[in-house]
Design a protein around this ligand. Structure first.
Ligand SMILES: Nc1ncnc2c1ncn2[C@@H]1O[C@H](COP(=O)(O)OP(=O)(O)O)[C@@H](O)[C@H]1O
Ligand SMILES: [Mg+2]
Length: 324
């Protein structure tokens, strides 16, 4: 049975000066227990909004539609009060800026103790649990790291401490949104290794959001590619990276492999080699969101949205080329 299913999630922000902003336009994804899924997509495609929906974060008055199921049970509609009890649902989220969740005035042990306490541990158990969490994220020796303040930690160590805080509630799924984008490649590799071990040792599922396809090859079981608020291709990692189905994903991988980056931090950065730009959240369209840029489009693509097609062993894709 699937651990978590997100069905047809739509999130629309009402903005005062503009038309409604469609951050998610029917995103669906299923996560199995102990699975690592990488979510790829250009800036603005909806990755962070999807992460927030799963983590039950407040979406500032956005209109949310869709269904989330955890272990088969329904949480109710997205954004409702019942779906906001993050800890109880077993989902933790970690963001790019670890330092934002760390209090500069508290030692590591005090910060962790606050989180541990909030999740039903007795006073006598706190110190032991804090020690265990520092060990889990490889901040060793734990006694020494427990006494440190955030400014005494490197970028990677701060990120590990924030991961320890996320693990304090014993989550079954950890959603990581661009967790390593501000870290160097060696530190990034260490964090990936940490999540691989967490999965192996604790059967934690990981949703790894990134804009760098090449780093997930030996890490993720499956890759899900987002475009204009939907998952347009989901499949086993090697298939999506090396023989993608969707024309957009094929271009995305070609760019990644030839070193043309789609950098998340530079707002508005676009895939240079594909003509045109991804639609922004204010645009509305009847057919396929990629049709205006697609070299393989058919006459119907601008009017009719593609159906989700399952291919044997290679995953799912939303493109008319694969419809039966
Ligand atoms: N609070 C908000 N108000 C209006 N539009 C928003 C808001 N948050 C996100 N969006 C829009 O939704 C789209 C998806 O954003 P986001 O989920 O942050 O994408 P990503 O993480 O892939 O860069 C973007 O076009 C963004 O401008
Ligand atoms: Mg984002």
């Amino acid at each position: 049975m699937a651990l978590l299913t997100a069905e047809n999630i739509q999130v629309t922000f009402q903005t005062r000066d503009h038309a409604p902003s469609h951050a998610l336009r029917g995103a669906s994804l299923t996560i199995q227990a102990g699975e690592i899924i990488a979510i790829l997509g250009e800036s603005g495609s909806g990755k962070s909004t999807f992460a927030k929906v799963l983590a039950g974060a407040r979406l500032g008055g956005a209109q949310c539609v869709g269904t989330l199921r955890f272990k088969g049970g329904q949480w109710g509609s997205v954004g409702s009060r019942s779906s906001a009890d993050v800890g109880a649902r077993g989902i933790a989220m970690i963001g790019q800026q670890a330092s934002l969740v760390l209090n500069p005035f508290l030692r590591a042990r005090t910060q962790l103790a606050e989180f541990v306490q909030a999740h039903g541990v007795t006073r006598q158990q706190i110190a032991g649990r804090v020690h265990e969490l520092l060990e889990v994220v490889r901040l060793r020796p734990a006694e020494r790291y427990a006494a440190k303040y955030p400014h005494q930690l490197s970028g990677g160590e701060k990120q590990r401490l924030s991961i320890a805080m996320a693990l304090a509630c014993g989550p079954e799924i950890v959603v990581c949104d661009e967790v390593t984008s501000s870290l160097d490649t060696v530190t990034e590799a260490e964090i990936l290794e940490l999540f691989s071990s967490l999965r192996a040792e604790r059967r934690v599922s990981v949703l790894w959001i990134t804009h760098n396809p090449l780093r997930v090859r030996n890490f993720a079981d499956r890759v899900a590619v987002m475009y204009a608020g939907r998952f347009i291709e989901i499949g086993p990692t090697a298939n999506v990276l090396d023989s993608p189905l969707h024309p957009y994903v094929a271009e995305l991988m070609r760019c990644a492999k030839s070193g043309i980056s789609v950098h998340e931090d530079r707002k508005g950065a676009r895939l240079a080699s594909i003509p045109g730009a991804a639609p922004d959240a204010f645009e509305s369209f009847a057919g396929c969101s990629f049709a205006p840029r697609c070299a393989e489009k058919r006459d119907t693509c601008a009017q009719k949205a593609p159906e989700n097609a399952s291919t044997e062993g290679r995953g799912e894709v939303e493109c008319v080329l694969y419809e039966r």
